[in-house]
Design a protein around this ligand. Structure first.
Ligand code: 6R9
Length: 645
């Protein structure tokens, strides 16, 4: 990587930036040398506390024990709303852009505050108490922000389930987090299509006996099936609700939300984030990574169902008093210029999206971009998976007209906020590299034996120090938290990602080193997909791996062996694709199914995924040692079938 292209910091950006090259160095050093003092200063700077904390941090990775600002009291909705009212009550907090380009709406901080207080009272009237978990299953409508903030106002814990997940996946998540309340919409709108939402809740609810109420936001015109005594219309409940609701004083370490993400085993993990540290980290990274200034119009295209939507569409921006754009639709509807049109329409200054979207739009040709102005843009961001240099260059040159730094931000659901990233006024950019650590972040690279590698190196990415935004546990399973993140390399948080560090100390994320694949920026456990496949009566065994895909980053490749006597057919292929979509959701769409008489296994019966990954990626020369296989001829058969596809 010695010859990687470098884009120097732009003088005009550096001139106005919160952080320049020099302040980055000084502040970074201080954050490492004196973390206690550094984080205490930031916590006082970014947040309004009802009561100061006693201890800045108390962390012991061997026990998965992570605590920040214990004893401190604050409320998230108060930080995101109330404290802004005096200065910016009439400023727009949320610009909501409908799927239909003719519709949008603007909600001021004062209006948002009022709606949040009202809905907090609705939740209370339904019996929701501090510490209760509320499941949110919503499309990208502005009310989603109201519901999230209303939960935080009364100390309820939200668990957002991405609207694209199936009824089955929703049910698993409702049960795992013991949610007794669900907030949903009747329908959603995406790309001109109507998507059933409540019907999925109804189906999930059949297996959730403890569910007390379902609050439904009316978002469409069609009639929905109604369950009297359980279902409540949001608009009706809001009508009678008071707009006065004191914000609950929460301890910094009280749970804020649970968000499910895939791991390398079948069961999704309920990542638990708490109040003070998470909010501080989201707000601080939002300000510095995007060089956010008062008055900027900021747009993150992520769905609220993912961590990026939580931290960088809602909590970080609103905590900083920003105007945040929320888009209901898709980048290609009505045409492939929709993103750029929205940027022009709302004069967006900071734009944050995913490589998969960039690649998909790049494939549509320059014209969709160049026919728009985009002159308001100042900063571009990328998140979710490694961005290939070609897509980076297109984003930089075509979308940003070579004016706007691209911040390639590496982080995870578990990290709460961005950990490795350029800062626009401080970091020279290398296309494809997430560059350098944020304040307080200490990445290390380990070899497979757990030795720390110095200088230029290639290995697994771990972090030695904690930071305030770090997850605190897996809901209901602290032991699994310890086992997943702190066991393999004692003393470190294990990220599950591979990484390379170049001669200038820049980090290049190389992708997951576990059985997690990243499809269009969505994390998926291969085990979850396999479990879905073997539910089919004709399937004997299945193994799923990722393979390089031009648009999605990784595609899903399934090796399936059928029961004796069953014939493979096009119909069966379709059935399996539908089965996986039904079990997990539309994001889990199989790209390739290869029928195989058997799977390559070791003598102890373990599937040799390494070989399957190579076959799927068409790297047939580098299959490596196959001598430990119980039956090496299986590999030949698999290769033969691949060649015939
Ligand atoms: C924020 C988010 C986390 C996984 C992570 C890594 C991949 C995210 C990346 C990136 C390279 C980037 N990832 N950002 N890889 N460069 N800028 O995406 O969270 O859904 O939990 O996924 O995504 O593999 O481990 P999450």
């Amino acid at each position: 990587m010695t010859n990687a292209k470098i884009y120097d910091v732009k003088p005009d950006i550096a001139h106005n930036a919160h952080i320049n090259q020099e302040t980055y160095q000084t502040l970074y050093q201080r954050s490492i040398d004196e973390p206690g003092a550094f984080w205490a200063e930031q916590a006082a700077l970014f947040l309004t506390w009802q009561k100061p904390w006693q201890t800045v941090m108390d962390c012991d990775y061997s026990q998965g024990h992570i605590r920040w600002f214990e004893g401190g009291k604050l409320n998230v909705s108060e930080n995101c709303l109330d404290r802004h009212l005096a200065d910016r009550g009439d400023q727009v907090a949320i610009i909501w852009e409908s799927d239909n380009p003719a519709h949008d709406k603007k909600i001021t901080y004062r209006e948002l505050h009022q709606q949040v207080c009202k809905f907090a009272n609705v939740l209370k009237s339904q019996g929701v108490k501090k510490g209760d978990c509320v499941c949110i299953y919503l499309p990208m409508i502005a009310e989603a922000a109201v519901v999230m903030l209303a939960c935080t106002r009364i100390g309820a814990v939200h668990s957002i389930v991405f609207g694209g997940f199936s009824a089955e996946a929703l049910k698993d998540r409702i049960l795992d987090s013991n949610c007794q309340y669900v907030v949903c919409a009747d329908v959603g709108h995406r790309g001109g299509k109507t998507i059933a939402i409540k019907a999925n809740v109804d189906q999930a609810a059949m297996a959730c006996p403890d569910l007390k109420s379902v609050i439904v936001i009316k978002n469409g015109t069609e009639n929905v099936v109604w369950h009297n005594g359980r279902d409540i219309w949001y608009h009706e409940a809001m009508q009678g609700a008071s707009d006065q609701c004191p914000a609950e004083a929460m301890d910094a370490e009280d749970p804020l939300f649970i968000l499910y993400t895939s791991g390398s085993t079948g069961k999704p993990k309920g990542i638990l984030h708490t109040t003070g540290g998470y909010l501080l980290y989201a707000a601080m990274t939002h300000k510095y990574v995007f060089d956010y200034h008062d008055g900027d119009i900021y747009w993150c295209t992520a769905d609220i169902g993912w961590i990026t939507g939580h931290s960088y569409m809602i909590y970080g921006p609103l905590c900083n008093g920003a105007t945040t754009v929320m888009f209901e639709g898709v980048p290609t509807y009505p045409e492939a210029d929709r993103f750029w049109r929205i940027i022009d329409k709302h004069q967006v200054n900071i734009f944050y999206t995913a490589p998969t979207a960039i690649r998909a739009l790049m494939a549509q040709g320059h014209e969709f971009v160049t026919r728009t102005e985009r002159s308001s843009l100042r900063i571009l961001g990328s998140v979710g998976e490694p961005i290939n240099p070609e897509a980076w260059e297109w984003y930089y040159h075509v979308v940003g007209d070579a004016r706007c730094p691209v911040v390639d931000t590496w982080w995870q659901t578990e990290t709460g906020g961005i950990l490795i990233t350029p800062l626009p006024g401080a970091t020279p950019l290398k296309p494809g590299s997430a560059t350098l650590p944020f304040f307080g972040i200490t990445p290390e690279i380990l070899d497979s034996q757990g030795n720390v590698l110095q200088g230029e190196a290639d290995g697994v990415l771990v972090l030695s120090c904690s930071w305030p935004g770090q997850a605190r546990s897996l809901y209901g399973d602290h032991q699994r938290f310890i086992d997943t993140y702190f066991k393999s390399y004692p003393g470190y948080y294990f990220t599950g990602d591979g990484v390379r560090r170049d001669e200038e100390g820049y980090y290049w994320i190389t992708g997951r080193v576990d059985d997690v694949i990243n499809v269009s920026g969505h994390r998926m456990g291969t085990a979850e997909i396999e479990s879905a496949l073997v539910l089919h009566q004709h399937v004997a065994e299945a193994a799923v791996v990722g393979y390089p895909h031009d648009i999605k980053g990784q595609g899903i490749y399934a090796f399936v062996s059928l029961n004796v006597g069953v014939q493979a057919s096009e119909e069966l292929r379709r059935e399996l694709i539908n089965l996986v979509r039904q079990e997990i959701g539309a994001i889990a769409s199989l790209d390739i199914i290869q029928w195989t008489p058997a799977l390559p296994k070791t003598r102890s019966g373990k599937i040799m995924r390494r070989i399957l990954r190579k076959v799927a990626s068409n790297e047939l020369d580098g299959l490596g040692d196959t001598s430990t296989l119980a039956d090496p001829t299986v590999v030949d058969a698999i290769i033969l079938h691949r060649a015939n596809q």
